[in-house]
Write a protein that binds this ligand. Structure first.
Ligand SMILES: [Zn+2]
Length: 429
């Protein structure tokens, strides 16, 4: 369709086209939530009108969070109040939208660690799972620690997992990491030697391998989140974030199908009802439902047509860059969820890779975790002590301040535990 005269279009028309596209390209985001409370340790947050560039309404993004606390609600409340700021302050200013999106996964890692570190300084023994979602137009970025999982159902009805399950019972890699860091993994010992319940880490008896807080359990219960970033097709999709009370009772297929066609608030209600119905309320059970809809489709979607592959819990995505994806192909790529980023390593040096596309934009003498300014020579490379021979040099950034370096070493099990008395009798959920 290109003609020789394309470059002759007046600027005003081009700008008009751009702003029209902007409107079309931005989805409507509707959300609802429901919960049944037993202990009062579940907390949620949402902010639908955040602005990447303050004052610029075209740069809005939405934030959703679910915090399922244990041993009290202090860690959940603290994370709800501070995590977003800690994530956003780890993103350099004056960058484009594309760079901002590329910076998000690393900023989420920094923000989770800073929130955990600051909370632990308050010397409160509580902990929390965190599932934290940022939606910028069609791009969804999810960072999670713990077992409050997040799933996505695309417009065509395919279900994707956007979070990891950090329950020790389900995650052998994490069990190995904790054992290697000096933790003990086992079941609850009853009098007489019988072992019951899920695998837990001792001391403390926590069932999770990652969380924010939990200073008494050990630093190897790290706050480093699994992060996944995907791009929806312009057909949109539905996100479901729930605490473990839902996922213990419902499969992702059950959760999506029991509320299909309902608006988000009714959908969340329905999911919680379905989860509780068989056994009653055993734990706090919270669900958030977020619909990401094309503007011409703001009424809730009808049941999507059944397609091949529906009902299969997919973890496969089309990788970005594997195929040509010029704008001409757009019409043929409807209903394809594109995976942009996925990383779950608990090793900080791997999450703050030197290959990071924006490394040069970060100020050299600023701690990559807490953003404190450092004097030249004061920072310690995140790669210091790395065992990767020849690949990385200790003078390569990014750099950590001495306090965040100590936190890094503690998370890697290089610090002796403080009060390491085994407390097999006081298991926490
Ligand atoms: Zn620092």
């Amino acid at each position: 369709m290109s003609s020789k005269n394309d470059h002759m279009l007046p600027l005003g028309l081009l700008l008009q086209r751009e702003s029209t596209n902007e409107k079309i390209d931005k989805p409507e985001i509707l959300h609802g939530q429901a919960s049944q409370i037993k202990k009062g340790e579940d907390f949620t947050m949402f902010k639908t009108e955040c602005q990447r560039i303050p004052g610029d309404g075209t740069t809005t993004f939405s934030v959703f969070g679910l915090f399922d606390g244990h041993n009290g609600s202090a860690a959940a409340i603290y994370s709800k109040e501070n995590l977003l700021n800690n994530v956003l302050s780890a993103i350099p200013s004056d960058i484009s939208r594309e760079e901002w999106l590329a910076a998000l996964p690393r900023a989420m890692v920094a923000g989770f660690i800073k929130t955990d570190k600051d909370f632990q300084e308050q010397a409160i023994s509580s902990g929390t799972t965190v599932t934290f979602v940022i939606i910028d137009r069609w791009v969804i970025t999810v960072a999670s620690v713990g077992d409050s999982c997040c799933i996505l159902e695309s417009a065509e009805g395919t279900i994707y997992s956007l979070s990891a399950d950090h329950r020790l019972e389900e995650n052998e890699e994490e069990r190995d990491r904790i054992t290697a860091s000096g933790g003990e993994v086992g079941r609850l010992n009853m009098v007489g030697g019988a072992e019951i319940g899920p695998l837990r880490v001792w001391p403390g008896g926590l069932c999770l391998s990652r969380s924010i807080g939990d200073r008494d359990v050990g630093e190897f219960i790290v706050p480093i989140p699994y992060v996944k970033q995907v791009k929806l097709s312009s057909g949109g999709g539905r996100l479901i974030i729930s605490s473990d009370g839902v996922w213990d009772a419902l499969t992702p297929e059950m959760a999506t199908s029991c509320c299909r066609g309902l608006p988000p608030d009714c959908a969340a209600d329905q999911i919680v009802k379905e989860a509780i119905q068989p056994k009653g309320i055993r734990d706090d059970t919270t669900c958030m439902v977020i619909d990401i809809l094309p503007l011409d489709k703001v009424t809730p979607p009808n049941p999507p047509p059944k397609k091949q592959g529906k009902g299969v819990f997919k973890s496969m995505f089309r990788k970005r860059g594997t195929e040509s994806s010029t704008s001409c192909d757009k019409d043929f790529e409807l209903d394809v969820v594109e995976e942009i980023f996925e990383e779950g390593s608990a090793v900080l040096a791997e999450r703050f890779d030197t290959q990071y596309p924006l490394c040069n934009l970060f100020k050299l003498f600023m701690c990559a975790v807490c953003q404190v300014e450092m004097k030249p020579g004061e920072g310690i490379s995140v790669h210091a002590g790395s065992s990767l021979p020849g690949k990385l040099r200790p003078w390569d950034g990014p750099f950590l301040c001495p306090s965040c370096q100590a936190k890094k070493e503690a998370m890697e099990g290089k610090k002796a535990l403080g009060d390491g008395a085994a407390r097999h009798s006081s298991a926490s959920e």
